[in-house]
Write a protein that binds this ligand. Structure first.
Ligand code: HEM
Length: 537
């Protein structure tokens, strides 16, 4: 939002932002005492030592010493903007959430990010991009924490530390920031073949977007929506940019990264400042909520799989427009805390085990990153709905709670807060049956690691396929270990004969034979048809 500079009623004082630390016209200490001098320490004599009693010096330096907070363990590099989501009502029959009611306008804050680089890294690297949206609804906060690629590397959140350890810079030299020259990344994805489809998307032009304004966004997981009658549907969320999907070519990305490492950040802020507000349609693919949670042979709980839009078209349910830059990067972009478990009545999760791990991870990390359990009180994270919780105390507590009985029920505080009933917008989990033996294993329906990579590769135009081959050749060419290159060629052999022969030729290595049939006999007839219609323009 634009800086709020206003005159306090009845006084001549200026208030900036929310007033904290910037009220009044005189420079003061943190406790409000006016200062006459801030450039010279208090010393014993003009040329003598500095005195310990100089509180202003110590306060100023101590605060500065603690200015930095830890960067996010992933998605550290980001840029964000404010805007509004306008619902068109098309989701009213499948979801009771007020934010999807026809004509509802909901304020949003969106943070785009790279995944692997540190806070100060370049924008145009080859990487997945985060696309996280906070909807400040009148029923509480709803976060849609997605990426610009519709599939994920792994099927189970227990592997998340492993893929990130493999993809972050080598522990010894701390280079590089993305996949290039990165033996550990290529080691991981060749040993965990479920990563094949996501890696192929990364090596395609989708891995180097032209602008945050020109990216699709995907919720990836399947969610469960509930309507006013309690009926449920399974859905996947999609953001479709009004500006279309555009990428850089590799050489452009290299030059932009060198000349202007802030290329995407600048582009987003400049566009908004110039009034060229970026916008996206939000859409859903809708699937019946069947007991097996499958659709056309695709396991809807497997986040390494998409459902082709030919089989389940994306239905637009609203439009988001970003029209204001943050006023303060730290206060907003850095301190915003997204969480896939921030849900509102009408939106429920599924048993996708990647999502289930995320539900634990985000709150846990934010307690460290944002210094304790009260970060929901930071202005950018505050809900636009009344909050009446029984959470108390803790580091950075900003609330001054009254009463003596923060528990429910109680008979002391002149009546407890009411418990909401289903018809007064309470969040009620869908009462799903759960049963089974405790096991540590993936279902058989997670076994197919290659057919979707093939579908994606076949959907690309010849020039896009050429870019994929060039990207694999370049990136694998940077690996030091030959066995890692060879193992990755083995994977490419399972995707496409032409692709593996170009990359193997470029690396000067023999072309391996596929270990999996290149046709997809296990696919449903409808899904096989999708492949037959491609490549598209
Ligand atoms: C941060 C997306 C899987 C842990 C993020 C962010 C995005 C994102 C967009 C940045 C949020 C921001 O801008 O502040 C995704 C998607 C996933 C996925 C789309 C899979 C579909 C996981 C998994 C885990 C995980 C499986 C852990 C088990 C984290 C953590 C952060 C993060 C710890 C940092 C949060 C913070 O410091 O505020 N993720 N992620 N993510 N993600 Fe994920």
């Amino acid at each position: 939002r634009q800086p709020e500079v206003r005159t306090v009623a009845g006084a001549e004082e200026k208030v900036k932002g929310n007033g904290r630390g910037q009220r009044g016209e005189y420079l003061t200490t943190a406790t409000g005492t006016r200062l006459y001098e801030t450039d010279h320490s208090l010393t014993a004599g003009e040329r003598g030592p500095t005195l310990l009693q100089d509180h202003h010096l110590r306060e100023k330096i101590t605060h500065f010493d603690h200015e930095r907070i830890p960067e996010r363990v992933v998605h550290a590099r980001g840029a964000a903007a404010h805007g509004t989501f306008l619902a068109n009502g098309a989701a009213e029959n499948i979801c009771k959430a007020s934010l999807f009611a026809s004509g509802a306008r909901t304020p949003v804050f969106v943070r785009f990010s790279t995944v692997l680089g540190s806070r100060g890294s370049a924008d145009t690297v080859r990487d997945t991009r985060g696309f996280a949206t906070k909807f400040y609804t009148d029923e509480g906060v709803f976060d849609l924490v997605g990426n610009n690629i519709p599939v994920f590397f792994i099927q189970d959140g227990i592997k998340f530390p492993d893929i990130i350890h493999a993809a972050k810079p080598h522990p010894d030299r701390e280079i590089p920031q993305a996949q290039s020259a990165h033996d550990t990344f290529w080691d991981f994805v060749s040993l965990h073949t479920e990563a094949t489809a996501h890696t192929l998307w990364n090596m395609s032009d989708r891995g180097i977007p032209r602008s945050y304004r020109m990216m699709e966004g995907f919720g990836i997981h399947t969610f469960r929506l509930v309507n006013a009658d309690g009926e449920t549907n399974l859905v996947k969320f999609h953001w479709k940019p009004a500006a279309g999907v555009h990428s850089l070519v590799w050489e452009e990305a290299q030059i932009a990264g060198g000349v202007d490492p802030d290329f995407h950040r600048r582009d987003l802020a400049d566009a908004i400042e110039a009034g060229a507000y970026p916008s996206w349609d939000l859409g859903v693919q809708v699937f019946p909520d069947t007991e097996d949670e499958m659709f056309e042979g695709i396991d809807l709980l497997d986040p390494t799989k998409i459902v082709p839009e030919e089989l389940a078209p994306v239905q637009v349910i609203g439009t988001m427009t970003l029209d204001a830059n943050p006023t303060n990067f730290f206060a907003e972009t850095e301190q915003v805390a997204f969480h896939p478990g921030h849900l509102v009545p009408g939106v429920d999760i599924t048993n996708d085990r990647l999502l289930q791990a995320r539900l634990f991870s985000y709150l846990d990390t934010q307690i460290t990153r944002l210094g304790g359990p009260n970060f929901d009180q930071i202005p950018i994270n505050r809900p636009h709905a009344p909050v009446n919780d029984m959470l108390r105390d803790g580091f950075h507590q900003d609330g001054v709670h009254t009463g003596v009985a923060p528990y429910h029920p109680n008979s002391l505080d002149g009546g407890c807060p009411f418990m909401a009933s289903a018809d007064s917008a309470a969040y009620i989990e869908v009462p799903q049956e759960v049963s089974g033996r405790k096991v540590r294993q993936a279902p058989a329906s997670f076994d197919d690691h290659f057919s979707q990579a093939r579908l994606f590769y076949r959907s690309l135009s010849p020039v896009e396929q050429e870019h994929v081959a060039q990207a694999y050749t370049f990136e694998l060419g940077k690996c030091y270990e030959e066995n890692i290159k060879t193992r990755n060629l083995g994977i490419l052999a399972n995707i496409d004969a032409g692709l593996v022969s170009i990359v193997a030729g470029g690396l000067g290595l023999p072309v391996p034979e596929p270990t999996e049939p290149l046709s997809d006999p296990e696919l449903s007839p409808a899904l096989s048809q999708v492949g037959a219609e491609w490549p598209v323009d």
